[in-house]
Ligand binder design. Structure first.
Ligand SMILES: C[S@@+](CC[C@H](N)C(=O)[O-])C[C@H]1O[C@@H](n2cnc3c(N)ncnc32)[C@H](O)[C@@H]1O
Length: 236
């Protein structure tokens, strides 16, 4: 399903996560949720490099992606347990007790999938037609009600995680297809979404908190909420 180029790309992303995760995997009973994991090896690829020994949860709404990811990971005979959570995070409450939730490159898909869902569009068809892909992004952006209500929904999900004392690590970067075809619009829209999301989180939860620090870690910039140990980050 993927070639050498893809593997190098996944490995680069895994290396970024490795540098972060190895510093916060403090306990040998840490549980990690790969939030909207998809099928491609990234987070677990980085975990294979650490001495992670506890439970790794794969969470996604698509059964086929979950099985594919689980089967692929099994080939590497990991030293940690693997568990699967099949959920639509917009429609269902997330259960579980996690220490760390890693949301790698999920904002674009949350937007796209939800938009397609309510407009009865087959989301996979968008990737076969780049004009349609760009049009859908413009429609998402120009529909203020959709955009802000989804920011609100996602902020509620994240606030619940924060309230549960989970580390929340978010990363959103220019995807290699977007980069290669110079399709930066979707990335711009995701960044606007993240800015709105962070503003909302700060307003709702972190208002007047002097411990919120905006800083840079290697090639990731992030917000660090020291009290709750939450990092919200994205690639520079
Ligand atoms: C491009 S994929 C993979 C992202 C993955 N974290 C990575 O870095 O490869 C995004 C995933 O988000 C999932 N997804 C999108 N909206 C979702 C939702 N509302 N609930 C659960 N999963 C969702 C899709 O099924 C898809 O597998």
């Amino acid at each position: 399903m993927f070639n050498r180029f893809h593997l190098d790309y996944y490995q680069r992303i895994a290396d970024n996560w490795y540098s972060i995760l190895q510093t916060i995997l403090v306990s040998d009973k840490t549980t990690i949720c790969d939030f909207l994991c998809g099928w491609a090896p990234k987070i677990w690829l980085s975990l294979l490099e650490t001495n992670f020994r506890w439970t790794y949860y794969l969470l996604d709404k698509k059964d086929e992606f979950l099985s594919e990811a689980k089967d692929m990971l099994a080939i590497f005979e990991p030293t940690f347990d693997i568990d699967i959570i099949q959920k639509d995070i917009i429609k269902e409450k997330i259960w579980g007790k996690f220490d760390i939730v890693v949301a790698n490159h999920v904002i674009d898909d949350i937007l796209l999938e939800y938009y397609c869902d309510i407009k009865w569009i087959d989301s996979s068809s968008i990737y076969d037609d780049w004009d349609l892909f760009m049009k859908v992004w413009e429609d998402i952006y120009s529909d203020n009600v959709f955009f802000s209500s989804l920011v609100e929904k996602v902020s509620c999900i994240f606030i619940e995680m924060i309230n549960n004392d989970w580390y929340l690590l978010i990363s959103q970067y220019l995807w290699h297809i977007e980069e290669n075809f110079n399709m930066r619009r979707s990335d711009e829209i995701c960044r606007i979404f993240i800015d709105n999301l962070i503003n909302l989180l700060i307003q709702k939860w972190f208002e007047s908190r002097p411990d919120i620090v905006d800083s840079v870690y290697k090639n990731l910039s992030f917000f660090y909420f020291s009290d709750k140990e939450i990092y919200i980050l994205h690639k520079n």
